[in-house]
Design a protein around this ligand. Structure first.
Ligand code: ATP
Ligand code: MG
Length: 445
């Protein structure tokens, strides 16, 4: 049955309430009919004795009907009972004194009134109001029962209200917000002082909205940066093409120069597009590529050996050292981690701008994480740019960049890979004079 929580909860509480009242009623009845059974018998005997006494007194006043009537009227009023007097064969009603408490008598007794020698004079009917077992309950007890019922009602309403305010309403609010979530709009955060699951839910919802907003902003920024990077060479190409089309008297040499420039700018555009697609491919690969257990020492030494050869072929030197032992492992996607090293080494070579460039690779363990550090003795990065290095499309010097050809996506991609592995990455000034990049990856258990 599909039922909204705001209806289901009160309904469940109502059901609980009814069941509780029925159970209490049943218990009370069983309790009284069972445990008080002895008392009922005792009461019955007491009433029987009373009835016999009334019959004896009637017999004593016989045959004075006036005296009998006065006596029975007095007894009826004093004891709050209904009395009827019939003749011996019940064919006539002689006297009737209704119960002063009302006419609904629930239990009655017939008592024969006999004279001496057991001659039957009259038949007497005595009626007492109410159920026999109820007469056993004191008025305070009955009041207590009503009070209990009232408390039940209050608890029921309080619980329903509490659940409505504390659960149904926040859930309703969350579902309305989820229904109206807008990616590009960071609306007012949901606020709650609560520290329980609902408070956490609000907090996670706010974080989700924030992430959506940031992702949207990043998307816009990325498109803007891509458009900007592509526009520059495209504007040049356009200019040269127009020049070639309009200036009919250009020499062959000049024409060739313009063709070469167009080819150069086109190559730059292809490079840009290649790095954009490599970046998106990396991001997608991060989600899909499996991880494997890799021994840190072996990984480090393999990478160091590979880049030592590569750098020496460019006449640069790589110095490396580590403090890893044989039984330390990482759970990584090695292919992606290698991309991080690849970008860090290519950056050192590309931006170091020094003929005797030295690159330093070190590795160590601190706490539960493995740290890798790549440094160089090159130009370095100004203080104010250190924090921005990991932003997409960030490059330190735009004019220098045109010559070097980077798009500013490498370090952003490194950050994304490292964070995907549960680690962190940071940039600082190296003691060797250039830039130092350090990143961590948690050790495998
Ligand atoms: N070792 C370094 N020394 C000096 N500057 C550096 C160094 N590494 C990075 N940078 C600066 O940081 C910027 C960002 O580097 P990043 O690797 O993100 O992009 P890129 O190298 O320009 O492009 P891509 O890596 O996408 O080809 C570079 O443009 C450069 O200005
Ligand atoms: Mg780079």
């Amino acid at each position: 049955m599909k039922m909204k929580l705001r209806i289901k909860l009160p309904f469940l509480f109502l059901l609980m309430f009814v069941l509780l009242v029925v159970a209490a009623g049943l218990f009370l009845r069983i309790f009284i009919l069972g445990n008080e059974f002895v008392n009922v018998d005792r009461l019955r005997e007491k009433y029987a004795a009373e009835n016999r006494q009334i019959a004896d007194n009637v017999s004593r006043r016989y045959p004075d009907m006036q005296k009998i009537a006065t006596y029975l009227k007095q007894v009826s009023q004093e004891r709050h009972i209904g009395i009827k007097l019939f003749n011996d064969d019940l064919s006539h009603t002689l006297l009737v004194f209704p119960n002063p408490n009302g006419s609904r008598s629930s239990f009655g007794n017939w008592i024969p009134v006999r004279a001496a020698k057991h001659r039957l004079l009259f038949q007497l009917e005595v009626n007492r109001v109410g159920k026999l077992y109820l007469t056993l309950l004191s008025p305070a007890f009955i009041k207590g029962l009503y009070f209990l019922l009232f408390i039940f009602c209050m608890v029921f309403f309080t619980l329903t209200l509490h659940f409505h305010i504390k659960i149904t309403k926040p859930l309703q609010l969350l579902s309305t917000r989820l229904k109206n979530v807008k990616i590009g709009n960071s609306s007012v955060s949901l606020y709650s002082k609560r520290k329980d699951e609902i408070g956490e839910l609000y907090q996670y919802f706010n974080q989700m909205e924030q992430r959506l907003y940031q992702a949207h902003q990043e998307q816009i920024n990325m498109i803007a940066a891509m458009a900007h990077d592509l526009k520059t060479p495209l504007t040049s190409i356009n200019g040269f093409v127009e020049l070639l089309a309009l200036q009919k008297n250009l020499s062959e040499k000049e024409k060739q120069e313009y063709y070469d420039l167009i080819a150069k700018k086109s190559r730059h555009m292809v490079e840009l597009i290649n790095s954009f697609s490599a970046f998106t491919r990396d991001e997608l690969e991060l989600e899909t590529h499996p991880r494997e257990r890799v021994e840190v020492k072996k990984l480090f030494e393999r990478i160091a050996a590979e880049y030592e050869t590569e750098l020496s072929s460019l006449n640069f030197r790589l110095h490396w050292n580590h403090s890893f032992k044989g039984n330390q492992y990482l759970c990584i996607n090695e292919h992606m981690i290698r991309r991080v090293f690849g970008n860090l080494f290519s950056n050192a070579v590309r931006y170091g701008e020094k003929p005797d460039l030295q690159v330093y690779l070190s590795g160590f363990i601190q706490g539960n994480s493995v740290y890798f550090q790549v440094e160089d003795n090159g130009q370095g990065v100004p203080d104010q740019d250190l924090a921005s290095l990991f932003m997409k499309f960030f490059t330190v010097d735009k004019s220098r960049q045109t010559k070097k050809g980077g798009t500013g996506l490498g370090l952003s991609s490194c950050k994304s890979i490292v964070e995907h592995h549960g680690g962190q990455i940071e940039a600082f000034h190296s003691e060797y004079g250039g830039l130092a990049i350090r990143f961590s990856i948690p050790l495998a258990r």
